[in-house]
Design a protein around this ligand. Structure first.
Ligand SMILES: *[C@@H]1O[C@H](CO)[C@@H](O)[C@H](O)[C@H]1NC(C)=O
Ligand SMILES: *[C@@H]1O[C@H](CO)[C@@H](O)[C@H](O)[C@H]1NC(C)=O
Ligand SMILES: *[C@@H]1O[C@H](CO)[C@@H](O)[C@H](O)[C@H]1NC(C)=O
Ligand SMILES: *[C@@H]1O[C@H](CO)[C@@H](O)[C@H](O)[C@H]1NC(C)=O
Length: 537
């Protein structure tokens, strides 16, 4: 083969490859690092498989790839401060009351919505649909109650897929349809042991929680409608806000019901890709960490309180107590700590690091325990790698995540806000020395990985499925478009009740009529008889 033909065939390969790739727009502007990690891992799968993905974000993503084009609208200094202050505030409060936490969340969400609205007004974002040279085939929206952003898919007239770091729940009924699961699918905050069904009290709580969530959704939808009106209200070609959620092709969830539970029926548009942010094969560790773990003859502990809760927000005496316990252990400890100039204390067995490849470290065989803040991402990574946990939940969904993890038997949990040395020490010892936690989480790890398609393969398959068929309206349940009355057959019940009532009325009339006839007849009979009697007298 001559150099020229080689060059031409190479060009052909490139051309064919390039033309098979789709142009995908990913709207991931919610300023939450833990959400962005999950969303970006989905975008990365598509980029690695030849699709041209344009990502809109308000935080700087860690992922880069030649097929990923970034439109980055950073937080202003003011926004960043307000955001950090709101997280610090959450860390100081006791957030065990789920319902109060849910409503506090609305305020925090509105600040996020404001940022996402401003992002949608950015000239680079508007140019995506105003400049007719841009061609897109699909829009992915990173979903965290922000349906108003689906508007951009309507501007571009392309199918939309929601991707979310949340697990599947009834919050997605507007997009998927309501399967009516209150009686047997526990919602967030109610965790059951495997094979158990809910008691009367739990079903009552579940019912109340679900309806509180529905009220929350109702309020969030009203907020969404206002943001949508502000952004697209003067464009008459745009659909009504109410129709946006009804035009979603798929929802990709960061959960895996078959292993994690709860077991529930699904509509086909619900795709579960739980664990998508976890690498199927870990990358080699940075040298200092690899060397540190190499020396850990008694095993090692990873301590990370997540991306939202920086070390500085912890009360200093809580940090001191944690240090006192950890520095006396024979295990090595890798501690995620932001401010390396001011660490909790020096100890030979502790390595502080500002940034950690958490997933790769958890994959390391020397790690025997993961101390975390019960964020969903961290718990999932630990479960994937079969590592037991000690959770120190603080706010949001963390207490509920920790509770579920404990019920599953993968470790223990204690509140970070009331942490004391002795229970902290005892809990660490218990999880390290009692093998039951490791055994349970290792068994779970096997189950979690056992799927027909891996999480990455599922993302690729289903996104390309929507691309091939220009949407997935054929997968949609008619329930999405039905009124409350029709979806619950209330009109049929009303008809049945009418039939019963009318039948009863008819029956009553007939009986009354027959009774009267009979009594009249017998009366006549008696009156006929009586004259004879009279006569006979
Ligand atoms: C990828 O998408 C961007 C739009 O964000 C566009 O400018 C670029 O031309 C696209 N590349 C290909 C190969 O289509
Ligand atoms: C969101 O922006 C509006 C102005 O459009 C402002 O009135 C409101 O206070 C902002 N809300 C939050 C929570 O920042
Ligand atoms: C639904 O989305 C498609 C693009 O997939 C668009 O053509 C259609 O107008 C949308 N329908 C409504 C009611 O928004
Ligand atoms: C590992 O242990 C050896 C021998 O005790 C020591 O010389 C070395 O500095 C240790 N390395 C690290 C990274 O702690």
């Amino acid at each position: 083969m001559s150099l020229k033909t080689l060059f031409l065939s190479l060009l052909a390969v490139l051309f064919i490859h390039g033309s098979s790739g789709a142009n995908i727009l990913a709207v991931f502007s919610c300023p939450s690092a833990s959400h962005l990690i999950v969303e970006m891992s989905m975008a990365k799968v598509l980029a690695e498989n030849g699709h041209n993905v344009t990502v809109i974000t308000s935080l700087k993503p860690h992922v880069t790839h030649k097929n990923l084009n970034l439109i980055y609208v950073p937080l202003t200094e003011e926004e960043r401060k307000a955001y950090e202050a709101s997280i610090a505030g959450m860390a100081e409060r006791d957030n065990s009351d789920l319902i109060a936490a849910v409503f506090r969340m609305r305020k925090e969400l509105l600040a996020m919505f404001n940022k996402s609205r401003d992002v949608m007004k950015d000239p680079r974002v508007k140019d995506l649909y105003e400049n007719k040279d841009n061609k897109f085939d699909l829009v992915m929206v990173g979903y965290f109650f922000n349906s108003f952003q689906i508007g951009i898919a309507q501007k571009l007239k392309v199918p939309v897929v929601l991707v979310t770091s949340m697990f599947q729940s009834d919050l997605f009924n507007p997009m998927l349809g309501d399967i009516q699961t209150e009686a047997y699918v526990p919602t967030m905050g109610i965790s059951l042991e495997q094979g158990q069904s809910m008691s009367f009290g739990q079903r009552l709580t579940n019912y109340i929680f679900l309806n509180v969530f529905k009220l929350f959704m109702y309020l969030m939808e009203k907020d969404n409608a206002n943001y949508y009106e502000e952004l697209y209200g003067n464009d008459l070609s745009m659909p009504k806000y109410e129709d946006l959620n009804k035009n979603v092709s798929l929802v990709l969830f960061n959960s895996h019901g078959l292993s994690e539970g709860p077991i529930r029926p699904n509509f086909p548009g619900a795709i579960e890709v739980g664990g998508i942010q976890i690498k199927e094969k870990p990358d080699p560790l940075p040298k200092p960490i690899a060397d540190f773990l190499q020396n850990a003859t008694d095993g090692a502990i990873l301590l990370s309180l997540g991306s939202n809760l920086k070390g500085a927000y912890l009360k200093p005496d809580t940090v001191q107590k944690m240090f006192n316990v950890l520095s006396k252990l024979k295990q090595k400890v890798i501690w995620k700590w932001e401010n390396l100039d001011k660490t909790p204390g020096k100890s030979d067995n502790i390595l502080y690091s500002k940034w950690l490849p958490q997933d790769d470290i958890l994959a390391h065989p020397k790690i025997k325990l993961f101390i975390n803040h019960a964020g969903r991402g961290g718990i999932t990574e630990s479960q994937f790698h079969g590592k037991p946990m000690l959770s120190l939940p603080v706010f949001g969904d963390q207490p509920a995540n920790a509770d579920k993890m404990v019920k599953d038997g993968f470790g223990l949990s204690m509140s970070l806000l009331t942490l004391e040395e002795k229970p902290f020490h005892d809990n660490i010892k218990e999880v390290l020395e009692n093998p039951q936690y490791t055994e349970k989480v290792k068994a779970f790890s096997q189950l979690f990985r056992d799927r027909p398609l891996t999480a990455r393969q599922s993302v690729l398959y289903w996104i390309e499925y929507v691309l091939r068929h220009h949407g997935a309206a054929h997968l949609q349940s008619p329930l999405v478009h039905m009124s409350f009355i029709a979806a619950n057959n209330l009109d049929i019940y009303a008809l049945l009740i009418c039939i019963v009532v009318i039948s009863l009325l008819i029956a009553k009339t007939v009986i009354k009529y027959s009774y009267e006839k009979i009594t009249k007849k017998s009366k006549r009979a008696t009156t006929v008889k009586n004259p004879k009697k009279v006569k006979s007298k």
